[in-house]
Write a protein that binds this ligand. Structure first.
Ligand SMILES: *[C@@H]1O[C@H](CO)[C@@H](O)[C@H](O)[C@H]1NC(C)=O
Ligand SMILES: *[C@@H]1O[C@H](CO)[C@@H](O)[C@H](O)[C@H]1NC(C)=O
Ligand SMILES: *[C@@H]1O[C@H](CO)[C@@H](O)[C@H](O)[C@H]1NC(C)=O
Length: 353
């Protein structure tokens, strides 16, 4: 009887654990998760999506131009993280747990054009990224940034074209001074209190603006609706396109905004930004002209020198020919004309001293 029960129990155990053990065997098989290579827009790209990586892998091809390491568990970036990958143009590190970026981490990435750091634990924009000479796009959305986002005193960038600071827990628009070529700004989902035209005027090339998810901008922190009215005026005046079908709904008790003031201060800031861009363009043009002048002069000098040397050599050859002809006819021991000159000079020197 006891034996029977034990047998039945054992059978049960075998029956119920059998499929499970197959499964666990499947899990134990350890299919090695690896990054895979592909080509994108002719670039050498690596896909390391969702591999539970805790650090940037160091065994990838060094000619990698696009690294897709989204959805991993990278918590820190170090000086050595990208040392081997200095050809990177696109770096996607969204949805990791990046909390710390060591100084010098991005130094090797002098070709980097776009970086995605969305959904991480950053509290400010990493200043080194702004310093990269070719950086065009920065995605920092869904990080909990400090007020100001770390842009106060941050390096300027003439190359930055697109910045995403959506869902970053900002209540004020950071001071985005020093990014005159910024075309696209995304600050959606921040619940910003107000934006002054003067703040937007700092980015004088701004064309696309995502303000969605900021209801206070419409309501206006000032009950008279002036903030909203001035912002809307500026956006209309500069032909800035509001994205995600966001519309500013400005209302005041009397729908009369005459007391709100004007955007002339913003206009001045905008003009200063534009003239700074023009000045830089002129400086670049001037440098180009100087370069052309220097190269031309150098070319002329080199060609003249070559012609001169060539002429000298020919002259000497001719003289040698003459001398050898003379030698054939005259008696030996007579100096060729050149050497005669030298020796007479030497004699002169001797008599002078
Ligand atoms: C990192 O660099 C910044 C400026 O680039 C400097 O202020 C800071 O002290 C540096 N930190 C360390 C730990 O070297
Ligand atoms: C702005 O960023 C948010 C969050 O990343 C995104 O959902 C939205 O599409 C972006 N807006 C535009 C115009 O790309
Ligand atoms: C704009 O407002 C300022 C004072 O806030 C005033 O001095 C200026 O004349 C105004 N400009 C225009 C064009 O209305």
């Amino acid at each position: 009887m006891v034996l029977q029960t034990v047998c039945i129990l054992l059978l049960f155990l075998v029956r119920w654990t059998a499929p499970f053990s197959v499964d666990s065997g499947h899990f134990n098989k350890k299919t090695p998760k690896r990054c895979s290579y592909f080509k994108e827009h002719g670039m050498m790209a690596v896909d390391c999506y969702g591999l539970d990586l805790v650090a940037v892998p160091q065994n990838l091809r060094t000619d990698t131009e696009l690294l897709h390491a989204t959805h991993n568990r990278i918590r820190e970036l170090h000086r050595d993280s990208f040392k081997r990958y200095r050809y990177l143009k696109y770096l996607y590190l969204d949805d990791n747990m990046i909390l710390y970026i060591e100084n010098g981490t991005f130094d090797p990435l002098q070709d980097l054009e776009a970086i995605r750091l969305s959904y991480n634990g950053l509290d400010r924009v990493p200043p080194e990224i702004l310093q990269l000479p070719k950086i065009r796009k920065i995605f920092l959305d869904n990080n909990r940034l400090i007020p100001g986002g770390g842009f106060v005193g941050a390096p300027a960038s003439d190359t930055l074209e697109s910045l995403t600071l959506a869902h970053c827990h900002l209540q004020q628009l950071p001071r985005l001074e020093g990014y005159p070529n910024l075309v696209e700004l995304n600050v959606s989902g921040n619940n910003l209190n107000r934006i002054l035209p003067q703040q937007l005027a700092l980015m004088c090339q701004l064309k696309f603006l995502d303000l969605s998810g900021n209801p206070k901008l419409s309501e206006g922190s000032s009950s008279d609706g002036c903030d909203c009215h001035l912002l809307a005026s500026w956006i209309a005046q500069r032909n800035i396109i509001l994205q995600n079908s966001y519309k500013l709904k400005c209302s005041s008790n009397h729908d009369d905004f005459t007391h709100c003031g004007n955007t002339s201060e913003a206009m001045e800031i905008h003009e200063a930004c534009m003239s700074a861009i023009a000045l830089k363009a002129e400086a670049v043009q001037a440098r180009r002209i100087w370069l052309i002048v220097i190269i031309s002069v150098a070319t002329i000098c080199i060609v003249s020198l070559i012609l001169f040397l060539f002429y000298q050599r020919n002259r000497r050859k001719k003289q040698k020919k003459k001398v050898s002809n003379n030698n054939n006819t005259d008696q030996e021991g007579v100096l060729p004309p050149e050497e005669q000159e030298i020796s007479s000079d030497e004699m002169l020197n001797e008599t002078n001293s």
